[in-house]
Design a protein around this ligand. Structure first.
Ligand SMILES: O=P(O)(O)OC[C@H]1O[C@](O)(CO)[C@@H](O)[C@@H]1O
Length: 389
């Protein structure tokens, strides 16, 4: 990284801090939610009890000897962190590892009858079939007669603000959705983004949440394909359920069915995407590194090569932003271009702010945010940004 010395990595061990509250409060709440969602047997309940106990008072344990991804986790730092408190290792690592252990506890990795059963699916489906989703899809009818550029803008902002709809985030901040989004972006490289999206070949979209975020992401892709703004799109989803609402291939299928079954314009978007999947215009990928507890600076060679070949990579959401710039205590005015210099091609972040990490702010913007809200703006989910490099 050119001139910027790395800032300290964020850990979860400071009581009262946001990362600490995620480990100490949000994770047990997620376990409770998962227990209520399925009629699990005694074995799963015991494993979930053990996980809660381990997170609160214990240390990170080795993976089972027969874990099929044992080597992968070893390469991702497992040996260094085994035996240490969940609170004392990088927060990005411990959060990510929590989801790996949670899936283990409910039998997701099998073998057995619960293999492949997504513990978050009921909440994802409820959101996909909510009144709010109906309203968002109905809004497409009003958009139909508008000029293309206006539709592009509306769909870009739909994709950006769709990131507020995050089920895990709502668990600990139930009012986040109701609070009005603050108008205006804290950083807005929208012009640069529009330039990159002119006559582009391949758009990679690194997806974040399913449901009410994935739907607008898909609508945006359908629109860009339909108008020849991009020739093809690659949608990167997670290979297994992650951070409660992150999108997997099954969620893409659910979202496409939701679109094709909808009344009005939405069905046309769904049908176009369905055919794009068939003719290679839209490809879905689920690379193991998408669930890695590491920043994108550590991209493996195959993933790096793929992103290097894209005209633009659109990185959605808060967690992807943390992975893109590095989950560190950057001074907010640190240049976004410098902390993303490692990324193999043009990249744009579309994110609502839900954790402490932030870069690329103007000094005036930071000062105004702090004067109005203290540090709350970093995590409240009411501010958003578009940043491009
Ligand atoms: O869905 P998003 O936008 O990635 O947000 C998830 C965020 O929620 C948290 O789990 C807690 O805020 C963060 O760790 C993570 O960055």
């Amino acid at each position: 990284m050119p001139d910027t010395p790395p800032a300290p990595v964020i850990l979860g061990n400071e009581p009262g801090s946001f990362p600490h509250s995620v480990l100490a409060e949000r994770h047990p709440a997620i376990v409770r939610q998962v227990r209520e969602a399925f009629p699990y047997g005694p074995e799963q309940h015991r494993a979930l009890d053990a996980l809660v106990e381990s997170c609160a008072k214990g240390v990170i344990e080795p993976l089972p000897a027969d874990a099929s991804d044992g080597d992968r986790w070893a390469a991702w730092g497992m040996d260094e962190y085994v035996g240490r408190s969940w609170f004392d290792v990088p927060w990005l690592w411990s959060e990510s590892h929590f989801y790996r252990r949670l899936l283990d506890a409910v039998g997701y990795f099998g073998p057995g009858p619960w293999q492949g059963i997504d513990p978050f699916r009921p909440s994802k489906l409820a959101e996909l079939h909510s009144r709010e989703t109906d309203e968002e899809l109905a809004a497409l009818d009003d958009l139909a007669d508008r000029p293309v550029a206006e539709r592009t803008e509306a769909l870009l902002h739909g994709s950006l603000w769709g990131n507020r709809a995050d089920l895990g985030f709502r668990l600990s901040d139930a009012d986040a959705e109701a609070r009005a989004a603050v108008p205006g972006l804290v950083a807005d490289d929208g012009d640069a983004l529009r330039r990159l999206l002119t006559d582009a070949d391949t758009l990679c979209l690194i997806a974040d949440n399913a449901g009410r975020e994935l739907i607008p992401d898909l609508l945006l892709i359908a629109h860009l394909l339909a108008h020849g703004t991009i020739r093809r799109a690659v949608l990167h989803v997670k290979p297994y359920p992650y951070y409660v609402s992150d999108a997997t291939t099954a969620d893409v299928v659910d979202a496409l069915r939701r679109l094709t079954d909808a009344p009005g314009e939405a069905a046309g978007y769904g049908r176009r995407l369905w055919s794009a999947m068939a003719d290679g215009g839209l490809t879905v990928r689920a690379h193991p590194f998408s669930c890695a507890p590491l920043p994108y600076a550590d991209l493996p060679d195959d993933f790096r090569a793929e992103l290097a070949a894209a005209t633009l990579t659109l990185v959605k959401g808060d967690l992807n932003y943390r992975r893109l710039v590095g989950d560190r205590r950057w001074p907010p005015t640190t240049a976004f271009a410098e902390v993303t210099a490692h990324f193999p091609g043009p990249v744009a972040a579309l994110r609502t702010l839900k954790s402490d990490v932030i870069t690329g702010l103007g000094a005036d913007t930071e000062a105004a945010l702090v004067a109005a809200e203290g540090q709350r703006w970093r995590t409240s989910g009411t501010h958003a940004l578009i940043q491009v490099r």
